[in-house]
Ligand binder design. Structure first.
Ligand code: PMP
Length: 293
C-alpha cells in the first residue's frame, strides 16, 4: 500500500528504491523513539500539484529537531524542493508525504548524535479516519506532560502514547480516542486536534499540551473569515454533554465529524454543523478552488 517495486524515497541526498532503503537494527532512533517527523499533503490543483503549507510543515520539522537536539542540515526551501522532485519522480498528484529525521548510526547512548539522517516518502492516501462521523471515547491515557517531553514537537516517541490510546479505543468498539491533558482538560486526538460547536461558536484547546496543528490553524482562519467566533480555551470533557457538534482536524484526517463522545450523541447532525461547512471550505482551499465568503 505504501510502496511498490518502482517507488522511490529520498534518502540522505539521493532517490533510492523504497524496497532498498533500510536501517540498522542498532539505530539509536529505533531503540529510543528518538526521531521527528512530519505529515504533509499535496493536492492536485488547477495549477498542478501543490504541497499544502509546505513552509509551515518544514518549519515545524525544524522546530521539532531543535526541541530534541537532532541536527537538520536542510533548509525549508531545500526540503520543499526535494519533496516536489519526489512527487514528480513517483508520478504522484494527490499524496501524503512523510519526512522523517532520525539517527541511523548504531548508537546505544542517550546523547544526541552529531549528525542525522533524512528520509522522505510519499504515497496516495485517502482520508486517514475515513468519511463517516466518528464514535469517540475519552481515553484513560493522558497526553504526555509538557514538563517531561516537548509535546508541541512531532517526536516519534510521543506516538507510543497515541498508538496505545487509539488501539484501546478501537478495542473498546470506538473509532477514535480523545485524550485529556495532565490537568483533566480536553487536549486532542492521537493524531488530530479537536473542536466543538456550541450556540454557533467554536471551542478548541489552547496551545500548551497539544500539537499546534497546521490544519487547526487553517480551520481557525477559515472560521474567522466566515465570521464565526473561535475560542481557544481549556474545557473539561463534561462540557461536551452540552455541545451541539464536534469535529477533528489533521493533515491526514482533514476535517472529520464526531458523532458521539462515549455514550453521548451530539444533537446536531454533522452535515448541518459548522464543522461540515469548514470541511467543505478546507477541501476547496487545498485543491485551489476556494471562493471568498
Ligand atoms: N495532534 C497530533 C497529536 C497529531 O499527530 C496531528 C497530526 N500531525 C495533529 C494534532 C494535527 O496536526 P496537523 O493539522 O498539523 O496535521
Amino acid at each position: 500500500m505504501y510502496f511498490n517495486s518502482n517507488t522511490l524515497v529520498y534518502l540522505d541526498g539521493e532517490f533510492v528504491k523504497a524496497a532498498d532503503a533500510s536501517c540498522s537494527v542498532y539505530a539509536q532512533s529505533l531503540h529510543y523513539g528518538y526521531s521527528v517527523f512530519e505529515g504533509i499533503r499535496a493536492y492536485k490543483t488547477p495549477d498542478g500539484t501543490r504541497i499544502f503549507k509546505a513552509e509551515e510543515h518544514y518549519e515545524r520539522l525544524h522546530f521539532s529537531c531543535r526541541a530534541v537536539g537532532l541536527p537538520l542540515k536542510y533548509s525549508v526551501a531545500e526540503l520543499t524542493q526535494l519533496t516536489y522532485q519526489l512527487l514528480e519522480m513517483n508520478n504522484l498528484q494527490d499524496a501524503y508525504i512523510r519526512p522523517l529525521v532520525y539517527a541511523a548510526t548504531p548508537n546505544m547512548s542517550l546523547t544526541a548524535p552529531q549528525e542525522s539522517n533524512l528520509m522522505v516518502a510519499a504515497w496516495e492516501w485517502g482520508k486517514y479516519l475515513g468519511d463517516r462521523t466518528l464514535r469517540v471515547m475519552v481515553s484513560p491515557y493522558e497526553r504526555p506532560n509538557p514538563k517531561s517531553v516537548p509535546v508541541e514537537a512531532k517526536v516519534s516517541g510521543h506516538y507510543v502514547n497515541s498508538t496505545i490510546a487509539c488501539s484501546d479505543a478501537k478495542a473498546k468498539g470506538y473509532d477514535e480516542a480523545l485524550l485529556l491533558d495532565m490537568n483533566g482538560f480536553v487536549a486532542e486526538g492521537p493524531g488530530s486536534n479537536f473542536f466543538y460547536e456550541k450556540d454557533g461558536e467554536l471551542y478548541t484547546a489552547p496551545p500548551g499540551s497539544i500539537l499546534r496543528g497546521i490544519t487547526r490553524n487553517t480551520v481557525i482562519e477559515l472560521a474567522r473569515e466566515a465570521g464565526i467566533t473561535v475560542h481557544e480555551k481549556f474545557f473539561t470533557p463534561e462540557v461536551l454533554q452540552e455541545a451541539d457538534a464536534a469535529f477533528l482536524t489533521g493533515t491526514a484526517a482533514e476535517v472529520v465529524g464526531v458523532q458521539s463522545i462515549n455514550a453521548h450523541v451530539f444533537k446536531k447532525p454533522f452535515e448541518e454543523s459548522i464543522g461540515a461547512l469548514l470541511g467543505r471550505r478546507y477541501s476547496a482551499l487545498v485543491t485551489g478552488g476556494l471562493v471568498p465568503c
